[in-house]
Design a protein around this ligand. Structure first.
Ligand code: CAA
Length: 390
């Protein structure tokens, strides 16, 4: 009998600060309903000066370690497009902060917002061969130019998943997948920039085209029909995109299934992203957490997952939800993380943003984070992480 590889635990982390879209609307002169209703965002997570993808990834990973320990973990993959080094994997800093043993393979994966899904499939392959456990962490900070249309979609989060080869408690990763890749310039970030370049409209069209193409490939590969899923999670660069994608897929497949039930479940998958903003490769797994934490009757059903990374690579795959998955969720912890973020105004947001500029030189960072780890300094071009004391 083939082994059932899947997600055994899932934990999130985000930043210390949040900026509500009202603040942004005041600064840009836009109607706030463009952001709340048109884009589907209420606020965005804003990293403090001493927070980055490593501190968020380690915080999410720590929750998993606290519950399960590190036994049998042989692989750590950090997926990100907010890389902090061109050579060394961000995962090695996380490995060290979590006190993981030396006999672990650590690597970083990048393909825009698709990296987290690539990491899941990469470890599923390893687990099929070697058994054991792997820690996958998707972590990103979405940043666009000040005053650009993408600014309202910014955000930040990390999602850690413990992936196991035997009896996953939350969901089994089903074997059928559908893929779509194309060399396009819809969204990219050259090495010298700390903000993304984007062709907004083209990126939305590319996402929708990739969605139907990847689902078509999935169906040809023996996947489920649209009407056989109990819910869907779409990559959410802004939450309205999930609704656009779902309508597009239903139209493309000429499905007229009960819209109301699906719209309601898509709404449930957007609750966290509405307030966190885009977290690029973590966003699909933030959507999954939101759906699992808020949806009822998911046990035994199958969730259709659509992962899109600009540039572009897309994958449609499926997760079969385990019967007792609700016993393994972290609803209260996640709610506390989201609700305890400190609201800041537009000027305070600009002040924190200056720390994200790519540049050389030694820097010490003020201690601001409320998370367990912090970026204390960059000295001699080396990043110095430490346990936070606040
Ligand atoms: N009240 C209600 N709705 C309003 C409104 C108001 N006062 N004003 C405008 N709207 C609506 C518009 O009608 C529009 O709705 P529809 O999309 O349903 O037509 C929506 O708000 C957005 O308005 P605009 O299209 O005018 O917005 P924009 O052009 O300023 O920016 C965007 C939209 C192009 C998506 C921009 O936010 C952007 O560039 N974002 C970054 C790129 C991105 O997220 N791309 C998504 C696909 S790529 C991907 O998925 C990878 C990734 O993570 C980046």
């Amino acid at each position: 009998m083939p082994v059932e590889i899947g997600v055994h635990d899932i934990a999130m982390a985000t930043t210390t600060y949040r900026m509500d879209v009202d603040q942004l609307a005041r600064a840009t002169g836009e109607d706030v309903d463009k952001y709340r209703k048109g884009i589907g965002q209420d606020s965005q997570s804003v990293p403090a000066a001493d927070e980055d993808i490593v501190t968020m990834a380690a915080e999410a990973g720590l929750a998993i370690m606290d519950r399960h320990g590190s036994d049998d973990i042989h692989t750590v993959v950090v997926a990100t497009e907010t890389g902090i080094d061109q050579s060394k994997s961000a995962g090695l800093y996380v490995h060290s902060l979590l006190g993981l043993p030396a006999n672990v393979r650590v690597v970083e994966l990048k393909q825009a917002c698709y990296g987290g899904t690539a990491a899941l499939q990469f470890v599923a392959g390893l687990l099929t061969r070697h058994g054991g456990k792997a820690l996958v962490i998707a972590a990103d900070i979405a940043r666009y130019d000040i005053g650009s249309s993408g600014e309202s979609t910014q955000g930040a989060a990390a999602v850690a998943m413990l992936v196991v080869a035997d009896a996953p408690a939350i969901a089994v990763i089903e074997p059928a997948v559908g893929l779509h890749s194309a060399d396009i310039m819809d969204f990219w970030r050259p090495n010298h920039r700390s903000t993304a370049r984007v062709d907004g409209r083209a990126s939305v069209s590319a996402y929708l085209e990739a969605c139907t193409s990847a689902y078509g490939d999935y169906a040809r590969n023996g996947g489920l029909g649209i009407d056989e899923f109990s819910a869907f999670c779409y990559h959410q660069p802004f939450t309205k995109m999930a609704h656009k994608a779902h309508r597009h897929l239903l139209n493309a497949t000429s499905m007229t299934i009960c819209q109301e039930q699906f719209e309601q479940r898509i709404n449930l998958s957007t609750l966290y992203n509405r307030t966190l903003g885009n977290s690029y490769t973590a966003s699909l797994y933030v959507a999954l957490s939101s759906l699992l934490d808020h949806g009822d009757g998911l046990a035994g059903g199958t969730i259709g997952m659509f992962s899109y990374g600009s540039g572009c690579v897309a994958e449609f795959f499926a997760l079969k939800v385990q019967s007792n998955h609700e016993d393994h969720l972290r609803r209260a912890r996640t709610r506390e993380l989201i609700d305890s973020r400190v609201p800041i105004d537009y000027q305070q947001y600009l002040a924190q943003r200056q720390y994200s500029d790519v540049g050389g030189g030694d820097r010490e960072f003020p201690e601001l984070t409320r998370g367990p780890f912090r970026l204390a300094a960059i000295r001699d071009e080396k990043r110095v992480y430490e346990a936070a004391t606040i």
